[in-house]
Design a protein around this ligand. Structure first.
Ligand SMILES: [Zn+2]
Length: 406
């Protein structure tokens, strides 16, 4: 069911990013009206019309053929940045392919400002794989998603905790992804991109993690079902909802989606062993998954953490060593050059595919390589961080502070 006929090289190139806009989207009932803007046509699909769950899917189609992407927000009604960003993305102009945006998937929960609907249903648990979705709203959304049969889906969420390799501690500032090298690489690329372009504080650097395994909790996620049932590349982005301005979080989501839709995944699809090559969408499993992560939202139930990883993949271990080994990291001379060596980092069940360095406190992992040379230019403390990425997309960070002995 791999769509070999599609050229992913001509994908969803965003013309001017955020151009266009309000004039664009027709408030049309039904699925036939178009608002032609020359390069794209737009139509709207009303979901659950006439009910309190009524919401709209916005479909933008470029003249040029290309893949199809679905972007979803508002699966949880209190995750404001996700549905705000998705609403803006619905107005994007694209150069090729088709963009389907469902900004307010759970409109009733958004109206309430709560994670779930009035009955306590968590919409993002109503999409069991290989089965009909559990609720009318979920079935209506799935009708749209499956009709468009996307090559890629991105679902936008928020969390009150930061993901640091263990979903029990939170899933914010992370991009979770479906199995396969292409999706893993695309997620890592998007995480780097948003971190470098839109994150000031290294604490908020974006990480990546694999989707939980099929048949393990949490299950019933739309992005998982789309990846596995429709053979799409799936992504679930989580921003930190606390202590960060809404507009900043919206920009993070927007940058992630922009990068994913024009990024390496799509460009390199034909050259890499991709998720699409694996008809099961499964990853190797070596152990039982973690229990369901703790609720990290101030929401109205305890069922949280979309897309977090199961424990089937053992996390890598980052390790920075200083060379020459007889030097002390805390007793350097100003002007001295040392080598930071990551070769003793390890992945217990695979191999490391990337070594990324943040030299100084600017917050970007903008150098790569197993070793880097650093010159201590001035007196004082100079923090460095190493992030390693393994072949399952899991990451670990080691930190070191280079200090002069004054
Ligand atoms: Zn959520």
């Amino acid at each position: 069911m791999r769509r070999d006929t599609l050229s992913r090289r001509s994908v969803l190139t965003l013309t001017s990013g955020f151009a266009l806009a309000s004039a664009g989207v027709a408030s049309v009932v039904g699925n036939s009206a178009q608002n032609d803007e020359g390069t794209v046509s737009r139509e709207s699909i009303v979901i659950r019309e006439g009910t309190e769950e009524e919401t709209t899917a916005y479909v933008t189609t470029a003249d040029a053929e290309g893949p199809t992407a679905v972007v979803v927000g508002g699966m949880h009604g209190n995750e404001v940045a996700g549905y705000t960003a998705a609403g803006r993305i619905a107005e994007w102009t694209i150069d090729a392919g088709t963009l389907v945006a469902i900004p307010e998937a759970n409109a009733a929960a958004i109206d309430r400002g709560t994670r779930n609907d009035a009955e306590g249903n968590n919409l993002n648990r109503q999409f069991p794989e290989s089965e009909t979705p559990d609720t009318e709203l979920a079935r209506a959304i799935w009708d749209v998603v499956s009709e468009y049969d996307p090559d890629v889906i991105v679902d936008l969420h928020e969390s009150t905790g930061i993901y640091a390799g263990d979903p029990m501690d939170g899933v914010g500032q992370a991009i979770f992804h479906s199995a396969g090298e292409a999706a893993t690489d695309a997620a890592a690329d998007a995480a780097d991109y948003v971190t470098q372009t839109a994150v000031d504080d290294p604490e908020f650097a974006f990480e990546i993690g694999p989707f939980s395994e099929p048949e393990t909790d949490p299950s019933g996620l739309l992005a998982h079902k789309t990846a596995r049932d429709l053979n799409a590349d799936g992504f679930l982005a989580e921003t930190l909802s606390t202590d960060v301005e809404l507009e900043t979080r919206v920009q993070w989501h927007t940058a992630i989606v922009e990068r994913l839709l024009e990024g390496e995944l799509l460009l390199d699809e034909s050259d890499t062993g991709s998720a699409s090559d694996d008809p099961t969408g499964e990853e190797p499993s070596e152990s039982e998954p973690d229990e369901e992560p703790a609720d990290d939202e101030s929401g109205d139930d305890t069922d949280d953490s979309d897309g977090e990883e199961a424990a089937s993949n053992e996390s890598p271990v980052a390790r920075i060593d200083l060379l020459p080994t007889w030097r002390s990291e805390s007793a350097l001379e100003p002007g001295e050059t040392v080598t930071l060596d990551a070769s003793n980092s390890d992945d217990p069940d695979g191999e490391l595919v990337r070594y990324e360095w943040c030299i100084g406190d600017h917050g970007s992992f903008d150098e790569t390589g197993e070793t880097v040379e650093v010159t201590v230019s001035a007196d004082g403390d100079h923090p460095v961080a190493l992030r390693v990425v393994d072949d399952d997309g899991s990451t670990d960070i080691d930190r070191l502070t280079l200090s002069t002995n004054c």
